[in-house]
Design a protein around this ligand. Structure first.
Ligand SMILES: *[C@@H]1O[C@H](CO)[C@@H](O)[C@H](O)[C@H]1NC(C)=O
Ligand SMILES: *[C@@H]1O[C@H](CO)[C@@H](O)[C@H](O)[C@H]1NC(C)=O
Ligand SMILES: *[C@@H]1O[C@H](CO)[C@@H](O)[C@H](O)[C@H]1NC(C)=O
Ligand SMILES: *[C@@H]1O[C@H](CO)[C@@H](O)[C@H](O)[C@H]1NC(C)=O
Ligand SMILES: *[C@@H]1O[C@H](CO)[C@@H](O)[C@H](O)[C@H]1NC(C)=O
Ligand SMILES: *[C@@H]1O[C@H](CO)[C@@H](O)[C@H](O)[C@H]1NC(C)=O
Length: 860
């Protein structure tokens, strides 16, 4: 009787409609099609379905961030089915905020009010902090609500929320990870104040403590040095007779979007939103190594922090329990045996008619909680395990004769190549049968060396590797391209990250690749093919053959061509000829004597390393580094150098990790950066396809490149980013859009986030075209508001907006006009319209020329 149910005969609501308010009163219902939004527009509350699940949850998320990032869930334990959702609403009832359903009754309640009586002045308001508060409308004190979501976090604690323990009542805030990205129900990881040790502690399955914050020390925690004093926010830890809690606050709350989340990975992650890259940036995570989180790979899984592909793998003889979960990077279900054991099973199938055996797995950090067995030798240790069907693995320590057994599911195995031990895993005997006659090599075989001499060749199957194992040089095909390139990439990072390309201008076809090698020839490093001839050369030395010349891939990623007899100055080095990337130790600058300089040029697309339209180099006219579009159009400068810094790159401040140096003398001017501990950091500067200079570091714990800074910060400040007739919008998650009357020129490119080719007209113009049906009428103009106008207009002297329009209409090159009422200025733009971007605060109105057919009313 409370609900009117629209199951939809002709109206389908695809997206929720905001109630236009931040508050639910006793008169409102929040249902599938309605949401409330905080008054600053940052947070939204309503119903959502995580990922591909069919379950509905009431929750709070960021209103303007995609993919949807949920910070709180009301009914994480009681999902709502599709059928029930039609009759479910969130509302105020009998003094509480409740989730009720006609078919299933009460699904969730704030359980805040004591008596069951209805209080008609109650309201629930979504505050600008993301906090949902239940208040008696007569009281104005939002700081003392009857109930607030901040006191009952899901997996996230937000700025301004107290996260702690009430010493009087024993109540505490606990973060519990989601079970999977598609299931917010409580996973096995939790984080809360532990009153036994008065530290925050992360535990697995309620009891197994795997991380602690360390004791509080002023406002810091001993094991979280990242929470040092900073200009953006303060961290506070309060500990008195009544309570102990942690809280963090922003000095300028509007400027920063941030959250602490106990991730599905079991790690506490501190994220901030980087508007310029439209991505969450990890400031720090604890524990830092993913394999330090217990059971992260589930039963019979092997965790490997150094793996470039998946973090987890199954032990030999095991397969993934759920491919779907592994695809979502949820490994907790782990692995299951491919073949049942004999032990404990009835005899019968051929597969397990023989006694079980053990497979050796080396370099392993052994699981915790072994069962110690007293035996005299490794043979006795094995046979004792074999006799007991619960025993799934053993290890034997030769130094002290210790025999360890593990029963049941093996958890917490991880790779440790430096201090690891050997474990023996029980498998069915059939797993040891020899299968197959042929051996295929699927991956290239390294020459086992970092050097090419006159006596060896680099071909498709033989990369060289720097002696520290960090860089690899060989042939690659970017993305789905069919072209081959010789280049240098990080050998252990996936997806493949290329830092240098030899032949970016001259791709090698599949056929030519069969006969192509990189080799030393006549004193140069060259790429030659029997079918295609000379493809690329270092062009460093004159033609005389030198048998002592060699090319070595150094530990910095620099490829140097050296005359083997000399040990200092290389004849040529890749660092002097960058592609789109500057590495630590490379000089990036300008030689005042020769005029030679280093230039970064963006790739054309992720699948095409040939030079794109963006470049970055020292500009000797202004003695600043400058980024230009198409050779001449300067869109960003570093600002003048000031000591070792640049005026417009305040991000390069002194820090404990590396130093930035700028040298400017009579002979040369260059920038270089160096690490105090080069082995500890992986970093690069790249002039991205987006036209932005991006400074990346590799975060091993999250297996991802982390952006430290980018210039220009706003994507729409890069010229022509959205191509002709494209509209750039820094506040949109898709960045580019076509103007009305235009469509994407290449859906494939847009799919790769390459917008350079922009948009083309849907209907041809009349002006300049032979008559036809579609364009038999004169062209017209479509108004587009809130636009930052393109640069380089043609100024036309006319008396009114009507004259400005008709002058444009008469000239077939004119594609758009704008008229400034304040000063009567008329601007025309000819040819392709570039550099349009949305500006909702200071934008102007532009009129776009379109075929008349675009204005027909498509009625019936
Ligand atoms: C978690 O602990 C409970 C007992 O407290 C146990 O029954 C359960 O099997 C454990 N879960 C896992 C995944 O080990
Ligand atoms: C932290 O910063 C907030 C916002 O500026 C301020 O209200 C609060 O008093 C500060 N807390 C401490 C302990 O300095
Ligand atoms: C196997 O070992 C477990 C753990 O020590 C023990 O409880 C069990 O009784 C043993 N079973 C056999 C058959 O020896
Ligand atoms: C780049 O500049 C050249 C002339 O310098 C011009 O011919 C070419 O059309 C420009 N490219 C684009 C995409 O505007
Ligand atoms: C920068 O650090 C490197 C590595 O510690 C050092 O060799 C170099 O001298 C430093 N440069 C400056 C200008 O301090
Ligand atoms: C259109 O305008 C362009 C730029 O001012 C000019 O070069 C061209 O001659 C004009 N064409 C006509 C037909 O007026």
């Amino acid at each position: 009787m409370y609900f009117v149910v629209f199951l939809g005969l002709c109206v389908i609501f695809n997206s929720p409609i905001s109630l236009g308010d931040d508050t639910l009163t006793v008169n409102d219902n929040l249902s599938l099609t309605t949401t409330i939004v905080s008054s600053n527009g940052r947070f939204e509350m309503g119903f959502f379905t995580p990922g591909k699940t069919a379950n509905y949850y009431a929750g709070i998320w960021y209103n303007q961030i995609e993919p949807q990032t949920v910070i709180w869930v009301a009914n994480r334990d009681t999902p709502i089915s599709f059928v029930d959702m039609a009759s479910t609403a969130l509302k105020i009832l009998n003094g509480n905020l409740v989730l009720v359903n006609v078919t299933g009754g009460l699904l969730w309640s704030t359980n805040a009010a004591t008596s069951g009586t209805s209080n008609s002045s109650l309201r629930a308001t979504l505050l600008n902090t993301g906090n949902l508060v239940l208040i008696d409308g007569n009281s104005t004190d939002e700081a003392q609500p009857l109930w607030q979501s901040f006191d009952h976090p899901t997996d996230t604690t937000m700025a301004g929320a107290k996260f702690g323990y009430n010493k009087l009542t024993g109540e505490k805030q606990t973060l519990r990870s989601w079970k999977s990205p598609e299931d917010p129900s409580p996973g096995l990881y939790s984080l809360a104040m532990d009153p036994q040790i008065w530290q925050f502690a992360a535990t697995w399955n309620g009891t197994d403590r795997y991380w602690t914050s360390g004791p509080a020390n002023g406002s810091l925690f001993k094991l979280v040095p990242e929470m040092r004093a900073n200009p953006i926010y303060n961290f506070t830890f309060v500990n008195n007779a009544n309570q102990t809690f942690f809280v963090y606050e922003f000095f300028n709350p509007d400027a920063v979007i941030s959250r602490f989340v106990l991730d599905i990975s079991g790690q506490l992650r501190h994220y901030t939103w980087l508007d310029s890259s439209k991505a969450w940036n990890i400031l720090f995570l604890k524990p830092e190594k993913q394999c330090d989180v217990p059971a992260v790979c589930g039963p019979f899984g092997m965790c490997n922090d150094n793996s470039t592909s998946l973090l987890c793998d199954c032990l030999p003889g095991f397969r993934r329990k759920s491919d779907k979960d592994w695809g979502l990077k949820v490994f907790s279900g782990g692995c299951v045996r491919k073949v049942d054991l004999q032990c404990g099973n009835a005899t019968g199938t051929t597969a397990n008619s023989q006694e079980d055996r053990f497979r050796m797995v080396t370099n392993t950090r052994l699981p915790r909680h072994p069962r110690n067995v007293t035996v005299g030798s490794i043979t006795e240790c094995e046979s004792a395990c074999l006799r007991n069907c619960s025993c799934n693995a053993y290890a034997y320590d030769n130094r002290n004769g210790g025999c360890s057994h593990w029963d049941g599911e093996l958890l917490n195995l991880s790779k440790d190549n430096s201090n690891g031990s050997t474990i023996y895993i029980r498998l069915a005997a059939s797993e040891f049968f020899v299968l197959g006659l042929c051996v295929f090599f699927n991956s290239p075989v390294s020459l086992g060396d970092e050097t090419l001499t006159v006596n060896n060749n680099l071909s498709l199957t033989t990369p060289i590797v720097s002696s520290n194992g960090r860089f690899e040089m060989g042939f690659f095909t970017p993305g789905k391209s069919a072209n081959y390139y010789a280049g240098i990439w990080y050998s252990k990072i996936e997806p493949q990250t290329v830092i240098w390309v030899a032949n970016r201008d001259t791709p090698i076809s599949f056929v030519d690749m069969q006969t192509t090698t990189l080799k030393i020839l006549d004193g140069n490093l060259v790429l030659v093919s029997v079918t295609a001839g000379l493809i690329w050369s270092t062009n460093a030395t004159s033609g005389a053959s030198k048998n002592s010349v060699r090319a070595t891939l150094l530990n910095t990623g620099n490829l140097v061509l050296i005359d083997g007899n000399t040990t200092d100055q290389p004849l040529w080095q890749s660092f002097d000829h960058p592609t789109d990337t500057i590495m630590a130790g490379a000089k990036f600058g300008y030689n005042k004597l020769t005029g030679e300089k280093q230039t970064l040029r963006s790739w054309k697309s992720p699948e095409d390393p040939s030079p794109g339209l963006y470049s970055l180099a020292m500009d000797p006219q202004i003695w600043q580094f400058a980024a230009t579009w198409n050779g001449t159009d300067r869109y960003w400068t570093s600002g003048p150098a000031n000591g070792s810094l640049f005026k417009f790159v305040p991000d390069m401040r002194p820090n404990p990790i590396y130093n930035f140096t700028f040298v400017n003398n009579a002979n040369q001017t260059f920038f270089v950066y160096e690490f105090f501990n080069p082995d500890a950091v992986i970093s690069r500067f790249v002039l991205d396809i987006s036209g932005q200079l991006r400074h990346y570091t590799w975060l091993d714990s999250s297996k991802a490149w982390n952006i430290l800074f980018l210039k220009p910060e706003k994507q729409c400040d890069v010229p022509a980013f959205c191509g002709p007739f494209g509209m750039c919008n820094d506040n949109s998650t898709s960045l580019c859009d076509c103007l009305p009357g235009f469509r994407r020129k290449s859906d494939k490119d847009w799919g790769l986030n390459v917008f350079t080719d922009g948009c083309v007209r849907i209907a041809d113009l009349q002006c300049g075209n032979a008559t036809g049906t579609a364009n038999s009428q004169e062209d017209k103009f479509r108004m587009v508001t809130n636009t930052r106008l393109p640069r380089h207009p043609r100024n036309v002297t006319v008396g009114s907006t009507t004259e400005c329009e008709s002058a444009c209409l008469r000239n077939c090159s004119c594609n758009a006009y704008a008229y400034d009422n304040r000063n009567g200025g008329c601007s025309h733009w000819d040819g392709e319209l570039l550099n349009l971007s949305k500006d909702n605060s200071n934008g102007s109105t532009i009129y776009i020329r379109l075929a008349a057919s675009e204005f027909f009313v498509q009625g019936t």
